[in-house]
Ligand binder design. Structure first.
Ligand code: KG4
Ligand code: ZN
Length: 340
């Protein structure tokens, strides 16, 4: 008898239409991502209405391709896992409606997955030995969370952003210095030929919580720098601004993560989310972890940004714990981590 568990994952929370088939939570059989980035670039950010429409157009094609590449038929699946929050409501609804339709038509169990849980679970794909407990820093376009992963599906949120998410700060600053959308990878690239010590930008502290983050002050400080340089007719070296801004974000992320790992006596730290593919963050976190004897994990870039393999993986661990969603599953744009 074949005891393998095959999960179809579906992800449509923002601007990626994605489907994947994952075996036993850790082996990716297919990972199809249709990125809408080009459509949104001209507007400087994601336009929710356009995202929803494109998801509707692409979702069936993406799912068919995921099944085809995995060489898996619908009836061979054990469950369908879908992101139901947090995210853009219209975008989430497309994936949720699709997953419910497949679940009903093929008689498959349905598992609603939390998007951030998916990002954290992306680490399981390439690090077969990684299992809770560990500390995780989730840094994406919409979220910045420092999470103690106590067990599969059990999270203690130690800190989060009070305003902008880390990725959002990257995107806004990139727009201000003329690099365009999406800002993270562009700042990452420009910063390689810039001086991170050229300009001193603030490292924000949130008074009453050592683990919370705030990036809006840093963003304003970059905007002020740009304005005053322009007014005084000084030359703006984009690479230096990018590198100095990036360094300020990285310093705060490293400092908070290390404080959490040390205080909670964890030995492992896993990065997750789009910003986890930032080269300066990875390098600085590695140095800090090596110094403290902490093992650092992060997914390959394709599993850092939005994808459905991470949703199938998270869905697998929910599925084997007996978690099921009903056909009344709805999109929950403001879903909190740990809530169902
Ligand atoms: O996880 P993700 O795909 O979507 C959300 O769930 O939000 O993250 C997208 C974010 C964007 O803000 C993008 O600029 C950022 O991740 N990002 C990066 C890098 N690659 C993507 N930020 C910094 N450095 C990168 N290399
Ligand atoms: Zn995401």
């Amino acid at each position: 008898m074949n005891n393998d568990i095959l999960i179809l994952g579906i992800e449509t929370s923002c601007d990626e239409t994605a489907a994947a088939v994952v075996k036993n939570g850790r082996e990716v059989l297919s990972n199809i991502i249709y990125s809408q980035i080009d459509l949104h670039t001209i507007y400087g950010g994601v336009v929710p209405e356009i995202a929803s429409r494109k998801h509707i157009e692409k979702i069936n094609q993406v799912i068919s391709q995921a099944l085809l590449e995995a060489e898996v038929a619908l009836f061979e699946l054990d469950a369908v896992a879908v992101t139901y929050g947090p995210g853009l409501v219209g975008a989430l609804l497309v994936g949720v409606a699709e997953a419910k339709a497949i679940s009903f038509a093929a008689g498959l169990p349905l598992v609603g997955v939390h998007h951030i849980e998916g990002h954290i679970s992306a680490n399981y794909i390439e690090h077969k030995e990684l299992a809770p407990p560990f500390m995780s820093l989730v840094v994406s376009g919409g979220h910045t969370h420092l999470v103690n992963v106590l067990d599969y599906g059990q999270y203690e949120i130690l800190g989060q952003t009070r305003d902008d998410a880390a990725g959002e700060a990257f995107d806004k600053v990139a727009r201000a210095i003329g690099l365009g959308y999406p800002g993270g990878p562009k700042i990452d690239r420009a910063a390689k030929s810039g001086d991170p010590n050229a300009i001193t930008f603030p490292r924000a502290k949130v008074g009453d919580s050592i683990y919370d983050f705030s990036f809006s002050g840093l963003k304003s400080s970059v905007l002020n720098y740009l304005n005053s340089a322009k007014m005084q007719g000084e030359e703006i070296i984009v690479e230096d601004v990018a590198a100095s801004f990036q360094q300020a974000v990285v310093d705060v992320l490293v400092e908070h993560s290390m404080a959490a790992v040390i205080e909670r006596k964890e030995h492992r730290l896993a990065l997750a989310g789009g910003v986890a593919s930032n080269s300066a963050l990875r390098a600085a976190m590695k140095r800090a972890c090596d110094k403290e004897g902490i093992e650092l994990f992060y997914p390959s870039p394709v599993y850092c940004t939005d994808n459905a393999a991470m949703i199938a993986t998270a869905g697998y661990y929910d599925f084997i714990r007996g978690i099921r969603s009903g056909l009344d599953l709805n999109a929950v744009p403001g879903l909190k981590l740990g809530e169902r």
